[in-house]
Design a protein around this ligand. Structure first.
Ligand code: PDD
Length: 285
């Protein structure tokens, strides 16, 4: 059966879900997106995603066409219409479709809001048990990576290179340090048991899962240091892992073909994953 999508106020079959070729998301990547996980038909950490959505649209002076309260209702309606149990809801808001292709903001144009769902069993994903390999690529993105913009070509190329190398993610490198993954935040556990992840700044996206994992670790008196790290440090680490709404916490067992520790997910990664899943279920709406 055709999936149902949401387009500007209507729920429509995916095959009929369309926006104009003049939409500024299509022409200029003039738009913002969010991805929230769904477990047992409920949205995970959605308040955090909606807060980041509000911040991202604010940074590009784009007014949301609906309140975040209404957006959450639409997300939930879509989950129900698609009978989605486990997976994610994608949402995108763009500056809308003008009558031509002017770079400057158009006047009197309503933003475009679209959403769709996809199925994924995040909890039982095979890679959660085995971990993934990552490759490293230069970080060639713009300097406002804190904005969750739909301009993702650098990440598309990075993740294609990873796929061609048989890796599950690409870690992007700038000034000799890891910024983040193509679509995830990057972490290591040092030999003296410090969880290290780069501090938030315009160099990375402030990951919602990263934020929750850091807070959950600190609540449990685990040592967390927010600073950049090198690939050499990651290769010398006890463990490495990534976080995102679509994988939660996932072990990184090799980098550019060299194994991290014994090449298996480590106990801290497994523990943080369990703690995160518990938090996710408790925060579900
Ligand atoms: N990506 N860094 C980047 C560059 C990302 O694209 C993402 C998320 C993250 C992790 O953020 P969060 O924990 O809030 O999901 C970090 C989403 C999942 C995507 O593009 O599909």
């Amino acid at each position: 059966m055709d999936q149902i999508a949401y387009v500007n106020g209507s729920f429509v079959p995916m095959s009929e879900a369309k926006v104009s070729i003049l939409d500024r998301g299509f022409l200029f990547a003039d738009g913002i997106y969010e991805v929230a996980a769904v477990l047992d038909g409920k949205l995970i950490d959605n308040a955090s995603h909606l807060a980041r959505l509000e911040r991202s649209v604010g940074e590009i002076s784009l007014a949301l066409p609906e309140t975040t309260g209404r957006i959450q209702e639409i997300q939930k309606e879509l989950i129900a219409l698609n009978n989605l149990v486990n997976g994610m809801v994608y949402l995108e808001v763009t500056r809308g479709a003008d009558t031509g292709r002017d770079f400057a903001f158009p006047k009197g144009v309503k933003p475009t809001l679209v959403m769709f769902t996809s199925v994924k069993d995040i909890i039982n994903a095979a890679s959660a048990k085995t971990g993934i390999g990552v490759i490293t690529v230069p970080d060639i993105r713009w300097t406002r990576r804190d904005i969750k913009s739909v301009a993702l070509l650098a990440q598309v190329l990075a993740k294609q290179a990873a796929a061609e190398a048989g890796a599950g993610e690409a870690w992007m490198i700038e000034d000799g340090k890891v910024t983040e993954g193509g679509s995830s935040s990057a972490f290591i556990l040092t030999q003296d048991d410090v969880i290290v992840t780069r501090q938030n700044s315009s160099a990375i996206l402030p990951g919602c899962t990263r934020k929750a994992v850091v807070a959950l670790a600190e609540e449990r008196q685990l040592r967390v240091e927010e600073r950049p790290f090198t690939v050499a440090e990651a290769l010398a680490a006890k463990e490495a892992f990534i976080t995102s709404a679509t994988v939660f916490v996932q072990a990184v067992v090799s980098i550019d073909g060299k194994t991290v520790a014994n090449g298996k997910p480590g106990p801290m990664t497994d523990r943080l994953r369990e703690i995160y899943v518990e938090f996710a279920k408790a925060s579900a709406v």
